[in-house]
Design a protein around this ligand. Sequence first.
Ligand code: HEM
Ligand code: HEM
Ligand SMILES: Nc1nc2c(c(=O)[nH]1)N[C@H]1C(S)=C(S)[C@@H](COP(=O)(O)O)O[C@H]1N2
Ligand SMILES: [Mo]
Length: 344
Amino acid sequence: MPSVALPRRAGRRTDLGLLALLLVAGASGVLAFGVGTPLPSRVVAAVHGAAGLGLLLLVPWKAVVVRRSWRRTQGRRDPTAAWALVVLLGLTVVTGVLHTVAGTTVAGVGVLQVHVAAAVGTAVLVVVHAVGSRQRPRRTDASRRALLQTGGLAVGAAALWGAVEGGLRLTGAPGARRRSTGSHERGSGDPDAMPVTQWFTDTVPGDDDGGLELVAGGRTARLRRRDLDRGDTVEAVLDCTGGWFAVQEWRGVRLDRLLAGLDLPGDGSVDVVSVTGYRRRLPLADAGSLLLATHCAGRPLSAGHGAPVRLVAPGRRGYWWVKWVRRVEVVDAPWWLQPPVPLQ
Ligand code: HEM
Ligand code: HEM
Ligand SMILES: Nc1nc2c(c(=O)[nH]1)N[C@H]1C(S)=C(S)[C@@H](COP(=O)(O)O)O[C@H]1N2
Ligand SMILES: [Mo]
């Protein structure tokens, strides 16, 4: 190709802009499942919303790239993968906004579950698409002009996010009352109205009153349910990554009180294991804020919500709140030595 030709791949910056926004949206989306405390979750959700909405700003430019590509290839390329990408990304954005504006389920479908599934599909297809089209960064991408364009895109994305937030407040849509994580309120103070949620494939077990095994320093103690209701109470937010939250008063025994007097490692962890095998490992240093709860809102836990006893982990997302706890074991291993999310 002669050197006087136009840049062979004009529209590169548009594509790289899309790629950057997708990377930020994907990373912040994953991060969103890991944060539960107000400030970090607000920042992550805002960055995520801005990056996701910012994609829309590039649609007019991308349309030029797409039209030119079609003219050039004249139907010689199979468009299926490109169309699948358009559809999946569209579904991702629409479900993201729908969850933000309206709530956790729409016509019985968990909007956020669809959102995450569509996002994963988008990620796979965009890698195939980007690798296939070989759109690489160049040295000139760090030019003053390119930096200004990047800044403009970031400002535009933030403005779009701000406009959505403002719109929610003006219209009083449910989204105006959502939590810092983006979750919508469901059944606060009323456990019967709170959803019963399993992380992945776990199921509510049948009646089990084998009690609780407490394993520490090579010794095992067996505790009955009534040994665990020691009147310690805490008000805490159960915030499910499915997109809902509830504030409840939980009652039972604080973990540090349960472990008092035992021979404990200085910086160990505690494995909290369900009768179903579902498990999470938490730092022993958190024991003062963790509760093994037998009651919620003054009533014994229902089977669905974790009877006879469940973990209450304030500030952590719902998947840490192990239900139907059968064993609590103090271990030397660090808490992060476990799958980042449960596997069942
Ligand atoms: C945000 C998601 C994206 C969507 C929905 C999308 C969609 C499309 C579509 C429909 C086409 C025209 C059909 C085709 O040539 O395959 C196209 C062309 C193209 N895309 Fe994307 N794209 C996206 C992101 C990207 C990214 C991240 C890159 C690279 C970093 C990229 C690079 C290209 C290139 C180079 C072409 C032109 C190919 C040619 O001229 O023949 N796209 N894109
Ligand atoms: C291709 C990747 C993704 C894109 C383009 C995307 C896009 C979006 C958009 C546009 C919104 C609405 C923002 C608003 O209206 O303010 C949203 C919300 C949300 N997304 Fe994503 N998303 C992606 C991946 C993910 C992933 C992987 C997760 C979680 C694992 C996730 C979790 C969420 C959550 C929790 C919200 C609600 C945030 C809030 O209400 O403020 N997203 N997403
Ligand atoms: N054993 C077990 N505990 C579990 C789960 C599970 O699937 N199995 N799901 C977790 C998730 S994802 C959430 S959001 C909360 C939901 O608690 P709830 O059903 O009482 O509302 O329980 C957590 N504890
Ligand atoms: Mo959850």
